[in-house]
Design a protein around this ligand. Structure first.
Ligand code: HPA
Length: 242
């Protein structure tokens, strides 16, 4: 069973993999470029969600091409990383959240492979959108490594690319959100439609807008990601089979 890692903000480099080769997959939705390598003899596909140099903003990512390409390469299990803002004081920057639900506040994204016609009409079940088996492995790995990992949490997905207003953050918090980001929807939904076992490791890079008393910057997000990138890598590697 092939495994893939989708690297979000701050995770662009499959440095952990050996014998890495690049492959471009042509899909009905466009091209997707991945790097394939081995880790402890296991073949792993790495996909940089925002492109190798972080050139694609969240609302322009070709989510369908990415997920289609992974499925076409024989991938069945996906660990995605995501930088997120925190809506909860207890989830401080550096904390990992294995999200188990989402609230969808995206606006202009195609969120399905099933557009009617030849593809048919399909209403996929998302009672459990994020793979519980992979989450359990990641939770065990986090405990073994002594990292701050919470198994379960609600990911609020915004359209972006702007950050949120403090009023939006207060609303999301009241609605039950725990963390906020811009990419999990439709990625997780398409992964379900493609029959992939997909989980997200969300890493808190900042308190959400209005909680820290100062404006948010993308640099701050990148800095915290860089400072905790090693832990994120350790967490994923510890959870991989083999
Ligand atoms: N909001 C939305 N997306 C994010 C944030 C945030 O505060 N931090 C990292 N990604």
């Amino acid at each position: 069973m092939r495994l893939a890692i989708i690297g979000g903000t701050g995770v662009y480099d499959p440095a952990i993999l050996e014998d890495v080769r690049e492959e471009t997959v042509v899909t009905p939705y466009g091209r997707a470029t991945v790097r394939i390598g081995t880790f402890r003899g296991l073949e792993v596909v790495f996909l940089a969600r925002h492109g190798a140099g972080h050139t694609v903003p969240p609302h322009r990512i070709n989510y369908r091409a990415n997920i289609y390409a992974l499925a076409a390469l024989g991938v069945r299990r996906v660990v995605a990383t995501a930088a997120v803002g925190s809506l909860r004081r207890a989830l401080a920057p550096g904390h990992f959240v294995l999200v188990d639900q989402f609230l969808d506040f995206t606006k202009n994204r195609v969120a399905t492979f099933f557009e009617g016609g030849e593809q048919g009409v399909v209403h996929v079940d998302v009672t459990e959108p994020y793979c519980p088996e992979i989450r359990a492995r990641l939770a065990e790995a986090g405990a073994a490594l002594g990292l701050a990992v919470t198994n379960g949490g609600v990911y609020v997905c915004t359209e972006g690319p702007r950050f949120e207003t403090p009023a939006e953050i207060r609303m999301f918090e009241r609605l039950g959100g725990d963390v906020v980001g811009m990419t999990s929807v439709p990625e997780v939904v398409l992964a379900r439609e493609a029959g992939l076992c997909y989980a997200t490791v969300a890493m808190v890079t900042n308190y959400a807008a209005g909680m820290a008393g100062q404006p948010l910057t993308h640099e701050e997000v990148l800095e915290v990601m860089a400072a905790n990138g090693a832990n994120l890598r350790r967490l994923i590697l510890e959870a991989l089979p083999g």
